[in-house]
Design a binder for this molecule. Structure first.
Ligand code: SAM
Length: 260
């Protein structure tokens, strides 16, 4: 079970290393922005809400695209909001931008919006169907909703290693792309794209350290004992590493564009 307080604290503590370490997230933000532009014909003067704004990988291109709009930027982690304020300071001075600390697994910021977007955040929410209901209610008529999220076929070798060791997987429980598409049935003009992405690491330890450095560490109260961690590292390395010891980590990311 995801513990929101732990998620907020993990991301806040790593907010300053996120900009440097989050290479995959930066690349996906660029790809998602391209996808978003292909599927949107919105003009300016909009009320816009970003969920899980992080340090601003998506905030920056959307602020540039929708000048003369009102932005509400929200995140659960105060540290992320602090970094976002730094990276967007020049752009913000020209626009009406507000911030709100908010746990979207409980509530959305109040208000009505023409456009709601989010990047790589919804995998941290356990009850996605409830979240989509709330987003639908918060959108104005014909409002747009676009997001990216990490889905089930991600970190498959890590998940298999936990299973081989008989230890419960400690990352967020990821859902399938089809599940997400199915629960969006209330929305119109649904478009999607599935992106697969590989990263190479020289060891399993290097990969796990990168996860920690981007704030995406264990969201549960239960901690892995050093003995269990050692067992998982060994199992992963022995079963899934290439002959030179490198490992290839797979991500599956779903891009969605929809309308109320
Ligand atoms: C992987 S980062 C993505 C940040 C940014 N959107 C990007 O594309 O780089 C995930 C973000 O979601 C935020 N987050 C996680 N769970 C959340 C929740 N329940 N409510 C709001 N924000 C949340 C984290 O604090 C973090 O900033």
């Amino acid at each position: 079970m995801i513990n929101s307080n732990i998620v907020a604290s993990n991301f806040s503590r790593k907010s300053s290393s996120y900009n440097i370490e989050a290479i995959f997230q930066k690349d996906i933000a660029k790809k998602f922005f391209k996808f978003s532009s292909t599927h949107s014909n919105r003009k300016n003067n909009l009320n816009i809400l970003e969920l899980g704004c992080g340090t601003g990988f998506l905030t920056i291109p959307f602020l540039q695209k929708y000048s003369n709009s009102n932005f509400l930027l929200s995140d659960i982690a105060p540290g992320m909001i602090k970094e976002n304020k730094k990276t967007t300071s020049l752009l913000r001075s020209m626009q009406n931008v507000n911030y709100e600390i908010c746990d979207i697994s409980k509530n959305l910021p109040s208000g009505h919006f023409d456009f709601i977007y989010s990047g790589l955040t919804f995998q941290w929410v356990s009850e996605l169907d409830t979240l989509f209901e709330k987003i639908n209610l918060a959108l104005n008529d014909k409002g747009s909703f676009q997001f990216s999220m990490i889905t089930k076929n991600t970190f498959t070798d890590l998940q298999k290693s936990f299973k081989l060791c008989n230890i419960e997987y400690s990352g967020p429980k990821m859902v399938s792309t089809q599940y997400v598409i199915d629960i969006l049935s209330k929305f119109k003009n649904l478009k999607h794209q599935i992106v697969t992405y590989n990263e190479k690491y020289s060891s399993v330890m290097q990969f796990l350290k990168r996860i920690q450095q981007t704030g995406a560490g264990n969201p549960n109260k239960t901690h892995l004992s050093p003995k269990s961690l050692k067992k998982i590292l060994k199992t992963y390395q022995n079963n899934f590493a290439e002959s030179n010891g490198d490992i290839i980590v797979q991500y599956e990311v779903l891009f969605i564009s929809a309308q109320k």
